[in-house]
Design a protein around this ligand. Sequence first.
Ligand SMILES: NC(=O)c1ccc[n+]([C@@H]2O[C@H](COP(=O)([O-])OP(=O)(O)OC[C@H]3O[C@@H](n4cnc5c(N)ncnc54)[C@H](O)[C@@H]3O)[C@@H](O)[C@H]2O)c1
Ligand SMILES: [Zn+2]
Length: 351
Amino acid sequence: MLRTIHVDTGKPYDIFIERGIIDKCGEYVKKISCAQKVTVITDSNVAPHYQWRVLNSFEKQGFNVTTHIFKAGEESKKLSTVSEMYHTLAEFKMTRRDLIVALGGGVTGDMAGFAAATWLRGIDFIQVPTSLLAQVDSSVGGKTGVDIPQGKNLVGAFHQPKAVLIDPDTLSTLPNEYINDGMAEVIKYGCIKDAEFFDSLAAFNALEHIEDVIEKCVTVKRDVVSRDEHESGERMLLNFGHTLGHAIEKIYDFKGISHGMAVAIGMILMAKAGEKEGITENGTSKKIADVCIKYGLPTSDEATFEDMVNAAKGDKKTAGGCINLVLLRKIGDSYTKKIKLDDLLNFIKTD
Ligand SMILES: NC(=O)c1ccc[n+]([C@@H]2O[C@H](COP(=O)([O-])OP(=O)(O)OC[C@H]3O[C@@H](n4cnc5c(N)ncnc54)[C@H](O)[C@@H]3O)[C@@H](O)[C@H]2O)c1
Ligand SMILES: [Zn+2]
């Protein structure tokens, strides 16, 4: 069954969720674009599984199509990889009316989107996300970019896709660790906006209802992002668990602990802090921890609160000696609270 979610940002577009949609990319693009050439950008893990299916679907519709494959992994998410993409785009003589396809996880989407945002000062692109994280999070919202040695995602642009085509069947080849990783973001959506959805994650196996889960997450993100396209207010709620999560990732130098694992711990610590401060309903952190365990995510780490605060102090989101924390009143009910960095340690410290 096809599910369509309309996104009404400055440049409106649709998100389509359907099993097998990956074989229909060409048909969908034909309806929304007058491109003649299509460059499919993908990574070395995703290419062997899906590049031919995507290429065939474009060829069948009469597009002139080429592929650019880069080495899979976050280490590739840098300007020199994007430079190589520009090389392919130039060789293939991609014009302003042509189109880029981002086929892969969040790394591919962020970089291919950034190449589309900057090639000839901006051409169209579509997202075909193949990791759970990309399907529920990174392919929606229009953020594109790369890492630089000074930090992750420091260089980028807002560039909305022409469409997002989500094929839940692609998750069948995604390694389990990345399924767990994506589940941390899924749990996050329940925590910040939807108690009923959160309860369903606890009651059922999310993977057996993956289309419902993706549709729910994308709808929550769509609602938040369309109210706040350029991240000033409400979009901050999507950072629930991420302030301490990022701090933990940084302590381990982004190795050994994945983003989802760190976010899971971050969500639980914020709920615990909220309970201690009398802001968050008692028992909330336990509920989150139980769901995290169910989906293979950790609930604690050996890093100290002092280490986390030191790491958080270097974060790009800690402007002017203050930090915006996302807190829960209860599951499904979140808000942001600005506190001084100097008060952070006391705020988060629990035993
Ligand atoms: N733009 C945004 O709003 C946003 C939001 C969240 C995260 N991100 C970014 O997303 C990135 C993380 O995304 P990710 O976890 O998808 O990483 P990723 O793109 O590296 O994918 C994870 C791994 O799974 C492989 N893979 C992907 N789909 C597959 C499939 N169907 N079958 C087999 N293997 C597959 C990839 O090759 C990679 O090895 C980070 O760089 C992060 O900064 C961006
Ligand atoms: Zn995240």
